[in-house]
Design a binder for this molecule. Structure first.
Ligand code: FUL
Length: 476
């Protein structure tokens, strides 16, 4: 075997990446002055007086998000317009100058508290691009301002699971170009919230490359280190208000980031897993004109299967309306989506099956480890084995239309190609072939009936692992 493959097999996630990956599906909340001006990007001249949600209820947001099965929430604490949803000590351009809660409100606190109460982690989006702040463009002064705000968010609101950075960068009022001090931002986050992942323009979570919910068929978490560094260089200063559909560096949109061909000869590989971010509506912010364009349960399920079921995570934006509530239509879709997910994945038909494998390195890594939900117990064959089979035998024939596979990613990402087969009355029938597995691969196929299922690992790196194999049948 080529030695670079063995090396690639040994690139592993950090603890914070592992923790983040287990969330799988979580919410983005875009809410600010744009909600009241009906825009996607504010220009920074919005009067705080317009920010006046009359029925704002952060608990309703969290309940709605949770009803869909989302397990975390990231709030736009400051978008490109510079308006702060918390009473920052460093500017008056914030909720404290608005009529909302008579200027006494702190929306970051309300949302962080609602998340804590409901038991889901809370994350922050803080736009480096700030079209209001006068120091923007005067690089050292603005970097101080930005770090001061970051510090407020990272010290005042409990544990933060994610800091989400967009790379937008424009000219300041002084005509000078702002140079972001990313290293200082990262150092601040590591020091104040060591468990938080830094996403998109950051070293921990990679942007999938589009905002439409598309995913690569083979999403690798092990990619060249240059991918990670490129993400800092995003630039949309010359773009129009286009709802975020701007172009970032082309690399993050290339179709193959991690196959053998893509990484051949590259010595510096990193664990940099993908996140898919998209909105439940066409825009990131609420617009009444889009009330009848809320994505359907089927559309969201397709994105879920491609992302959470394709070794990426799914960040779904839900923009509250001018009342400060998740609109009834969005709430309804989210509730029905959650019902579907719970019904389709509620019962693992493979529980109680017998597992057997072509090989296991030792007793502790026997085939039966794939039957439980414990991510730390797993099956693996001997080192240097690139092909291996594992079979689950049922007590009686079952009908199913999906198989869920999970690698033991703490050990690395190994599987490159596999086929799922079912033992029917006609013998072994292949039902699904695919490439990567990683944290989670959901394999969908036409319903099939049989008394055993087999996963044939046809190509892998050094030593494949499987922590879980689940078998399911959709609810309707
Ligand atoms: C983009 C922004 O320009 C959009 O407004 C939105 O916040 C999206 C998530 O990221 O870069």
């Amino acid at each position: 075997m080529e030695s670079f493959i063995k090396q690639a097999a040994q690139v592993v996630p950090s603890e914070r990446q592992l923790k983040w990956q287990s969330l799988e599906f979580y919410a983005f909340i875009h809410f600010t002055v744009n909600t009241f001006t009906d825009r996607e990007w504010g220009d920074g001249n919005e009067a705080p007086a317009i920010f006046d949600p009359t029925e704002l209820d952060a608990r309703q947001w969290v309940a709605s998000v949770q009803s869909a099965g989302m397990r975390g929430l990231i709030l736009t604490c400051k978008h490109h317009d510079g308006f702060c949803l918390w009473p920052s000590a460093y500017t008056d351009h914030s909720v404290k100058s608005s009529p909302w809660r008579q200027g006494q409100g702190d929306l970051v606190r309300e949302v962080a508290d609602a998340c804590r109460e409901a038991g889901i982690p809370f994350g922050v989006y803080l736009s480096p691009w700030d079209r209001h702040e006068k120091t923007y463009g005067d690089s050292p002064a603005y970097n101080d301002y930005f770090v001061a705000q970051l510090t407020e968010l990272l010290t005042g609101y409990g544990d933060i699971f994610c800091v989400w950075f967009d790379g937008a960068c424009g000219e300041g009022p002084n005509g000078k170009r702002q140079v972001y001090d990313w290293d200082r931002y990262y150092e601040t986050i590591r020091r104040l919230q060591p468990d938080a992942v830094i996403s998109v323009c950051g070293p921990d979570v990679r942007w999938c490359g589009n905002e439409a919910g598309h995913v690569r068929p083979s999403e690798w978490s092990v990619v060249p280190a240059s991918m990670r560094d490129n993400e800092k260089i995003a630039d949309k200063s010359q773009k129009e208000d286009d709802g975020g559909a701007f172009a970032r560096r082309v690399d993050s949109r290339d179709n193959d980031l991690g196959s053998r061909e893509a990484i051949a000869g590259i010595a510096d590989l990193v664990w940099y897993p993908a996140e898919v971010n998209t909105s439940i509506r066409p825009g990131w912010f609420y617009h009444a004109t889009e009330d009848d364009q809320v994505k359907t349960v089927e559309e969201l399920l397709a994105v879920y299967h491609g992302s959470a079921g394709g070794n990426a995570s799914f960040l779904l934006n839900v923009p509250p309306d001018r009342r400060g509530l998740v609109h009834e239509r969005d709430a309804d879709v989210l509730r029905r989506l959650g019902e579907r997910l719970r019904a389709d994945y509620g019962v693992n038909l493979a529980e109680g099956a017998e597992a057997a494998a072509s090989d296991a390195i030792d007793e502790a890594h026997a085939a039966s480890n794939v039957l439980d939900a414990d991510p730390e117990t797993y099956w693996c064959p001997s080192e240097g084995t690139e092909q291996a089979d594992i079979e689950l035998r049922f007590a009686e024939p079952l009908t199913f239309d999906r198989v869920v596979l999970k690698e033991h990613i703490r050990s690395g990402q190994r599987i490159e190609r596999f086929t799922v087969s079912c033992r029917t009355t006609a013998g072994w029938t292949d039902v699904h072939s695919n490439t990567v597995v990683g944290h989670k691969r959901i394999c969908l196929f036409e319903p099939v009936t049989g008394d055993a299922v087999r996963i044939r690992i046809e190509e892998s790196r050094w030593q494949p692992t499987l922590a879980h194999v689940g078998v399911y049948m959709k609810s309707n």
